[in-house]
Design a protein around this ligand. Structure first.
Ligand SMILES: Cc1cc2nc3c(=O)[nH]c(=O)nc-3n(C[C@H](O)[C@H](O)[C@H](O)COP(=O)(O)OP(=O)(O)OC[C@H]3O[C@@H](n4cnc5c(N)ncnc54)[C@H](O)[C@@H]3O)c2cc1C
Length: 302
């Protein structure tokens, strides 16, 4: 705990951090619902936004137990809040060098897709519309429409709570929605993507087509965290199964199985993390009872 009663015992560390070269910004009691796509989550007692990689490392040296948040598009944050949260969104610079894009962790995937298209670079089209950052995408090995981030990453710079290390793709232990970063809780600082020369118009058209499919099939008008469950095996379509069980539209409080895509849980306005957790439990039980399959959440439950 970083608080004794209402007084943050580590406040001096934060003030020091602020005054050391203006490395980051911070807030006390910041509601996490303002930082998650679910619009759910109680206060972070200390919410730090480093302005640079140096600021991030400095922050993590002081707050080893801090949780990392980027765009918050795959996080269910607890109603009671958490102690220390560190945002990566201040790590927002990138460079294009031939067919390589080198990006800091906080740059959004969609921005990188557009940058790739502008430079006539192909390979990242699949990720257009995934609402997270490149750091979050690497951690989760995000994927869609037949592509995964592991297909295009060349190397990453990572903080392992001791030093900065550089890993190439073969060392990242990627698997379906997992990576070495997730297994070891390492922090992605910088990512390099190796793309291929392509035709700008074809790349842009393919991105638009993928985005159109998302709009048609996903409940993008309501807060959610995307697909709630991992696909347990190749031919098991979670959304279809949940729909077949008659759970489309089923609610716990304001948490609802989306009426548009049963693989999503949406927040109708006032959903609590506990409502979502309860709904997840009900779905898991019903799927297990009917199909003998144990669904595992894809969403990170804090
Ligand atoms: C409408 C919608 C559609 C979606 N569609 C897809 C999809 O098609 N495919 C897909 O894979 N996902 C999808 N998602 C889920 C989500 O966008 C991805 O998992 C994304 O990669 C998460 O990135 P983020 O920046 O938001 O990470 P966050 O949600 O902020 O964080 C997710 C996890 O990654 C960790 N993390 C974040 N940044 C770092 C870092 N730099 N270093 C170490 N750990 C880090 C966090 O601690 C947390 O545990 C969707 C979500 C929504 C809301």
């Amino acid at each position: 705990m970083y608080y004794t009663g209402k007084v943050p015992v580590k406040v001096n560390d934060i003030i020091l951090l602020m005054t050391e070269n203006n490395l980051c910004e911070y807030k006390f009691g910041e509601p996490l619902k303002n930082h998650t796509s679910f619009k759910i989550g109680g206060p972070a007692k200390i919410f730090v936004q480093p302005k640079s990689i140096q600021g991030l490392i400095c922050t993590l040296e002081k707050f080893e137990q801090a949780r990392i948040i980027a765009k918050g598009t795959n996080i269910l944050a607890p109603d009671e809040g958490v102690d220390v949260v560190v945002s990566t969104l201040g790590l927002n610079s990138y460079q294009v060098d031939g067919d390589l894009i080198v990006s800091e962790a906080g740059v959004s995937l969609s921005a990188l897709c557009k940058i790739a298209a502008e430079h006539g670079l192909s390979g990242l089209e699949f990720a257009y519309g995934i609402p997270g950052t490149i750091g979050g995408a690497l951690y989760m090995n995000a994927g869609a429409y037949g592509g995964e981030i592991c297909d295009v990453v060349e190397y990453a710079e990572v903080y392992d709570y001791n030093k900065v290390i550089k890993l190439d793709r073969s060392q990242m232990e990627f698997s379906y929605r997992s990576s070495i970063f997730k297994k070891n809780h390492w922090i992605v600082l910088k990512v390099s993507l190796r793309l291929k020369r392509g035709d700008r118009q074809i790349i842009t058209k393919s991105m638009e087509e993928i985005f159109r499919k998302r709009i048609q099939t996903q409940p993008l008008d309501l807060p959610s965290a995307g697909s709630v469950f991992k696909r347990p095996k190749n031919d098991f379509y979670v959304g279809k199964v949940i729909e077949e069980l008659g759970l489309k539209g089923f609610r716990v409080g304001d948490a609802q199985v989306s009426t548009k895509h049963a693989g999503f849980i949406v927040n109708l306005g006032g959903a609590k993390a506990d409502d979502v957790k309860e709904l997840i439990k009900i779905i898991q039980q019903q799927v297990h009872r009917s199909y003998g399959v144990q669904l595992e959440p894809e969403v990170e439950i804090w």
